[in-house]
Design a binder for this molecule. Structure first.
Ligand SMILES: Nc1nc2c(c(=O)[nH]1)N[C@@H](CN(C=O)c1ccc(C(=O)N[C@@H](CCC(=O)O)C(=O)O)cc1)CN2
Ligand SMILES: NCC(=O)N[C@@H]1O[C@H](COP(=O)([O-])[O-])[C@@H](O)[C@H]1O
Length: 207
């Protein structure tokens, strides 16, 4: 039976595309959800026939008790697809207690910095502004804190002297695309064969 994955996204979805292109056949992306109904990432899923859903969080609700209602709606939307694992791949909303009560311990996130340094929504910018010479990417198990969960994997990325936030973030994302596929494959309990391990020439690198 396939290992069922729901992916949560907010933006362009190049991490999602890497999962679509590179996960082994034993792993099935059963749905892609977003807080942004117009996210390009949802179109990537629809293009290959993966069901999608959107649960927008109105800005006026974000800091109110209505936030808990959104968290419940998101939890219910994900639960409909009965996932073994939830993957946050560029999902830019904090998950609340209802979601974590249901999916805690099986929700992972990819973050564009070497945690515990530079948590939050501006990892590459904050690393560049601080002046670190090495940054990177982290996949971790999501908990109730902001980017505080148990670290599952990390990749280092050097900061170049002429880097901009965009150039640095793009090099980090190359590492994230590979790392996320590796971690999901491992969590699914799939032992990579030669084909699934991929090579520089066989692995697709979506942009
Ligand atoms: N409970 C958790 N939820 C999520 C985590 C986490 O560690 N714990 N990680 C993320 C993604 N993430 C960074 O990796 C992250 C996402 C969003 C925010 C944040 O402050 N969001 C604000 C809205 C910001 C905005 O839209 O401009 C919010 O949710 O109100 C911080 C970190 C996935 N979720
Ligand atoms: N705090 C969460 C965060 O910063 N997430 C980051 O958003 C990007 C999504 O790229 P994509 O839309 O091209 O997949 C990725 O770098 C991901 O780590």
């Amino acid at each position: 039976m396939a290992f069922r994955v729901v992916v949560l996204v907010s933006g362009t979805g190049t991490l999602l595309q890497s999962l679509i292109d590179n996960l082994p056949e034993q792993v099935s992306i059963v749905a892609v959800g977003s807080d942004q109904p117009d996210a390009v990432a949802l179109q990537r899923a629809q293009a290959v026939g993966i069901p999608t859903f959107a649960e927008p969080l109105p800005r006026s609700d974000a800091q109110t008790t209505m936030r808990a209602a959104w968290d419940t709606r998101l939890t219910d939307a994900v639960a409909r697809f009965d996932p073994d694992l939830v993957v946050c791949a560029g999902f830019m909303k904090l998950l609340g207690q209802t979601f974590l009560d249901r999916f805690g311990g099986r929700t992972i996130n990819s973050h564009p910095a070497l945690l515990p340094s530079f948590p939050g929504i501006h990892g590459p910018r904050d690393a560049l502004e601080y002046g670190v010479k090495i940054t990177g990417a982290t996949v971790f198990m999501v908990d109730a804190g902001v980017d505080t969960g148990r670290i599952l994997a990390q990749r280092a990325v050097p900061v170049l002297t002429d880097d901009t936030v965009e150039s640095l973030h793009e090099r980090i994302k190359v590492k994230e695309r590979e790392m996320l596929v590796t971690v999901v494959t491992e969590l699914a309990g799939v032992r990579p064969g030669m084909e699934e391990l991929g090579t520089e020439s066989s692995r697709k690198d979506p942009q």
